[in-house]
Design a protein around this ligand. Structure first.
Ligand SMILES: Cc1cc2nc3c(=O)[nH]c(=O)nc-3n(C[C@H](O)[C@H](O)[C@H](O)COP(=O)(O)OP(=O)(O)OC[C@H]3O[C@@H](n4cnc5c(N)ncnc54)[C@H](O)[C@@H]3O)c2cc1C
Length: 358
């Protein structure tokens, strides 16, 4: 028997999950298709939210909109499921050079950076730092999402509603015509690809300039006292409690093979040894690798295919999915359910000229 649904979602990463949640809340019927793999970007990510990033300490564009939407949604989901997904946490960033210290001073004087930059400190004020280091500064409005816990809770919720199926969707099995989408025994009004970096192999959307970036993260356990706060030092250390911490992350543009490379392993090991020699004997619990769905202009890819409005994409969240996806899913849901236009900076219309005619 053919089942009719409104929206077929391909992928249950953070993007597909939060979009699926919002669409269900808005009263739409959805089916999410996902094979349940472990090495996806969302399952690997540390879930950090960090408004000020990069060597030049740049404020993420639109963070004023993204941040309240993200924290609001993660808290709302936490209340709904009776779990804590969002952990607001203090963060410090250590100066890697005198130039970085100068850059901090400059930023600190800019009004737009005030809500995100805290005070400077010297290394001797932190028990976990060597006195010889340059010190650093406090960062405000930071924390991390327990992404796996959230994805598991949402997966169970979708299962209870009968709106998820654990399998890979072969794009050649989709029938698309002017009126409907057909897949297996479903017909849908629309299909939305939330397929992460696999978008590069998607025949309808491979013209979008995706720039996937592979990354590795270690989870370790130490008997020594860990910092209470997240520490950014070129890499980052995220304390999880009970001696557990995560260390990340690496960046690799070629090859994209979802394999942990010896080079990436050495990068993390050396970074830990240099910055925190006291944790060098920590026990390695887990090594993880995933691929960030980065984009050329660092902005998401959202919207309808220029030549077929039955095909849509919700992707391209790069290294900032935790921050961006809640706000973007609200905008996209408004487009799908009420026809409200997308903000142009996320809309794939900006690349429409690159889309092949056929
Ligand atoms: C090492 C690393 C560290 C990161 N750290 C952070 C961080 O600290 N903070 C932050 O905000 N972001 C971080 N990110 C980025 C973050 O993970 C992404 O922005 C976000 O998770 C992207 O979510 P997504 O749902 O678009 O993609 P994904 O999580 O990749 O999900 C895509 C899903 O689609 C499925 N899929 C693909 N093709 C098909 C198909 N044909 N049929 C069915 N299913 C399909 C996949 O199996 C997958 O489940 C990190 C990423 C990596 C790799």
């Amino acid at each position: 028997m053919i089942k009719k649904i409104n929206i077929l979602i391909v992928g249950q990463g953070l993007a597909g999950s939060l979009l699926g949640w919002r669409l269900l809340q808005a009263g739409h019927s959805v089916l999410i298709v996902d094979p349940g793999l472990k090495h996806t970007a969302s399952r690997t990510a540390a879930g950090l939210i960090n408004p000020i990033t990069g060597k030049r300490l740049v404020k993420t564009e639109h963070v004023e909109e993204y941040l309240p939407a993200a924290i609001g949604l993660y808290q709302q989901l936490g209340e709904f499921f009776g779990e804590t997904f969002w952990h607001a946490k203090r963060q410090v960033r250590l100066f890697q050079s005198d130039e970085e210290c100068e850059q901090w001073k400059k930023r600190r004087s800019e009004a737009a950076y005030k809500p995100y930059l805290g005070d400077q400190f010297n290394a001797d004020t932190k028990a976990y730092l060597h006195d010889s280091l340059k010190g650093g500064f406090e960062q405000k409005q930071c924390g991390y999402l327990d992404t796996n816990l959230l994805l598991d809770a949402l997966k169970q919720y979708f299962q209870e509603k009968g709106c998820i199926t654990q399998q890979h969707l072969n794009i050649s099995d989709l029938t698309v015509n002017d009126l409907t989408i057909q897949w297996q025994n479903y017909t849908a009004d629309k299909v939305v690809f939330c397929d992460g970096y696999q978008l590069q192999n998607n025949p309808w959307f491979s013209w979008l300039p995706l720039q996937p970036a592979q990354g590795e993260i270690f989870t370790l356990k130490t008997s020594k006292t860990l910092p209470e706060e997240i520490v950014q030092f070129g890499k980052w250390l995220l304390p999880l409690g009970n001696g557990m911490f995560r260390l990340g992350s690496t960046w690799q543009w070629k090859p994209i093979d979802e394999q942990i490379s010896a080079k990436a392993e050495a990068t993390l090991t050396v970074a830990l040894e240099q910055q925190f020699p006291q944790y060098s004997d920590a026990k390695l619990i887990q090594k993880q690798v995933g691929v960030r769905p980065g984009t050329r202009d660092k902005m998401p890819f959202i919207g309808n295919h220029p030549h077929c409005s039955k095909l849509s994409v919700f992707n391209g969240f790069g290294s900032k999915g935790t921050l961006m996806i809640p706000w973007c899913s609200e905008r996209f849901c408004e487009l799908l359910t009420k026809g409200v236009m997308l903000p142009s900076f996320v809309d794939i219309k900006r690349y429409e000229g690159d889309c092949p005619v056929d």
